[in-house]
Design a protein around this ligand. Sequence first.
Ligand code: SF4
Length: 615
Amino acid sequence: MGWNRKLLRVNLTAGTCTEEPLNMQWADDYLGSRGLATKYLVSEIDPKVDPLSPDNKMIMATGPLTGTMASTGGRYTVVTKGPLTGAIACSNSGGFFGAEMKFAGWDMVIFEGRAAKPVWLYIENDKAELRDAAGLWGKSCWETEEQIKEELQDPLVRISSIGKAGENQVLYACIVNDLHRAAGRSGVGAVMGSKNLKAVAIRGTKGVSGIKDFGAFLKATNDAKKVLADNAVTGQGLPKYGTQVLMNVINEIGALPTRNHRDVQFEDASKISAEAMHEKRESDGKTQLVTNAACFGCTIACGRISEIDKGHFTVKNSPKYWGASGGLEYEAAWALGAANGVGDLEALQYANLICNEQGMDPISFGATVGAAMELYELGILNDEKIGIPAPFGSAEALAKMVEMTALGEGFGKELGLGSKRLCEKYGRPELSMSVKGQEFPAYDSRGIQGMGLAYATSNRGACHLRGYTVASEVLGIPVKTDPLTTDGKPELVKAFQDATAVFDSAGICVFTSFAWTLADVQPQVAAACEGDWSMEKLNEVGERIWNMERMFNNAAGFTANDDNLPPRLTNEPAKTGPAKGLVNGLAKMLPEYYQVRGWTPGGEPTAETRARLGL
Ligand code: SF4
């Protein structure tokens, strides 16, 4: 069946944990994880609720393939209304936590209300209880994991927690599991902090049972693993270089946002690239990269485990950061590096470590630093206000700002609100490189036109994981399209958005889509889950999920006016590279996209579209 058919409802106000049957009709309509958890959320909260109030809910959910032998089947999702954007927030993570939830017998956990005092949730198979977190509050994610494992005397328990950033409600705080995996975007960690929930620890020993047709599932998952192994990206590029393999590629095509998107190419890109992580340092003769790593059940193993230079100014007096740890991935390396003009790889690694340790999204943090550095260069912010000189390229400023933000000190409190609020406060809202309040990831939409539309229409604010047209426009997956034209992009963006909703909802990693299409996912879902899971149905489920999220955002107050890009991207032409002279053609793409989607010119699903999708 793929599902455990039960969920846990945790009322933090009342201090109760209650078992409920999973709504199997909804599982059939929304598959699982992102789709199913969002269905629960939109059915249970007022779209206009304050995201940080007790009336918001937060759901941790698995998909039907989570915990199974499907490659990358270890994902879990956190769904809530996001504090950074005020829109739907859905953030997923790998590691081992999601599979453990499945092994304990639960499909999802719904958190509601707010605990009077800090608590943590312990789940051991069918048993669930809230415990006092007084001794954990104020600790980092890393300390929290260690302390809970010690208290339980169980090294195998899997833990998701917030650090100081979540406690302090940094609006892009994340939830960290397995030390360096995170539900990273949209501030889900701030919601967890607002509920006084420090951590969730799970131990499950039941395994996964009830696969509909085990023989067919074995064949489907083996066939699909072979596709991953035979593909150059998932079989060779990602295991060897990680997602960081993109740094030089994206710089080359003139789509690497640099210095708060002032430029589209970074002169020091090669110094912060995957190749640089493989090179021996002059200082100690060691490479930064120690090994690659895999999440539960993953046959790609794109994760990076690295060691920072012990003599670097950031850590020379802090031995606790000298060990091997997670990072750098491409998005983090870009946001902490090129976005700020910082070409010091060790400083990037340090900032990434602090983000993992205290639970912050390095994309939104790094991009917010980029905005602050531009305000500094314009003379709007100064040394006294920030606490350090902060021109573009300053590794010292990056290191200082990550510490201040993670710990909620000084100017870090303003950085913790994100670039939109920061730039509005200092009278230059147009300098926030964000959509719906969430900062861009690592692709400039002047050089990759489809990404401009994908960002503008992303339901959780600017994001590369909602419609990764880079795959087609840059890498030629599944077909090559021209990154410099808007032609055909509305259809392309819709197709990527709907398909990604299915990947996310199944409980697998979206990086499989470098090699897999939905046709590779369909036999796995069909063999695991009861019911008819044809290609036609999967396509419809993806589209239904996208429209459900959109309708929530519309009800929360978002309109077509919020499907926009900062003027820098639509008015200031790229200065160098293949896209030199181009701006993003959003104005042309957006009306076509609404038509392709079956939406009104105002950006709302028509009655006909809603009826077709059963919404
Ligand atoms: S591809 Fe990378 S992020 Fe995805 S599951 Fe595998 S190791 Fe984790």
